[in-house]
Design a protein around this ligand. Sequence first.
Ligand code: AQP
Length: 327
Amino acid sequence: MKTRVFSGMQPSGNLHIGNYLGALKNWVRIQHDYECIFCIVDLHAVTLYQHPSELRSKIREIAALYLAAGIDPRVSAVMVQSSVAAHAELAWMLTCVTPVGWLERMTQYKAKAAKQESVGDGILQYPVLMAADILLYQAGIVPVGDDQAQHLELTRDIALRFNSLYGETFVVPSTSLPTVGARIMGLDDPEQKMSKSASGANHAVALLDPPDRIRKTIMRATTDSQPCVQFETAGPGVLNLLSIYQAFSGWDDGQIRQHFEGMRYGDLKKQVAEMVVSQLAPFRERYQQIVGEPGYLDRVLHEGAERVAPIAQETVRLVKERMGLYS
Ligand code: AQP
């Protein structure tokens, strides 16, 4: 039997090249080697207020982008989190075995909470819901970007705690990070990770940005005070541009160094921009085809939910039995 893979993205903004290089690209690469479930995690998105009609259309946009990137729905299940109620059901059961101190230590919680006047409980509980998403399907591998590694560690801790309290129940999943592109930084501020919810106009390249916009954003990327690439002393902005090029091109470290050492920043940016433009062009075309086909997306999402529902129901049944809940 193939190992099961689970991963997801929040429909909370425009998917960007960080989401692609950190996660989606890997999903496409491994989809034939494992039994994969790719989820649009809308229950996570509402931990911060989302306008309902925007959220509704974002869910469809993200699903179409998964497919446009190359996820084959005949091979992998593509589904929306809130269409399988067991995600929320299991999350409650896991909440009851999770010490609040574990959640308060999460760096993403601390960062998000610091930006709010009043902190919603959902922001604290977010990693428990994420653990439920993964454990619900007994996933063995979770391909994510580096920012989610701490949440994955917590998922393992929750699984181990549950297993030790109630007996072997959950597969303890491992994290799969890409070797290059696991943390793409903001183009306007290379000290911050590229993020869907960041507001700066030149912060990110979105997967559906037109070529002119991509070129403009990359040409304005923050570098440092040196005139050209020097690998020994390169600052975070230059290293970020080099990582983006490397992740898209698939070149190894030696090729990157040989090609870019001594190159003026203006030329580096032009080459990165052209690489990104050429790699994203097929996305936009496929995306338009997918959203232009009446009923197709709904069919994919409906079939995806139907495929995974029996796995989810079996896990919930087992967890209820282990905990002594009524069923
Ligand atoms: N900058 C990044 N570099 C590499 N990988 C990244 N990911 C996110 N940002 C980067 C990976 O993309 C997947 C989807 O993430 P998510 O939707 O769960 O949200 P996130 O991790 O919180 O990402 P964002 O873009 O910063 O969204 P917002 O602003 O909505 O919180 C994950 O696998 C993540 O690791």
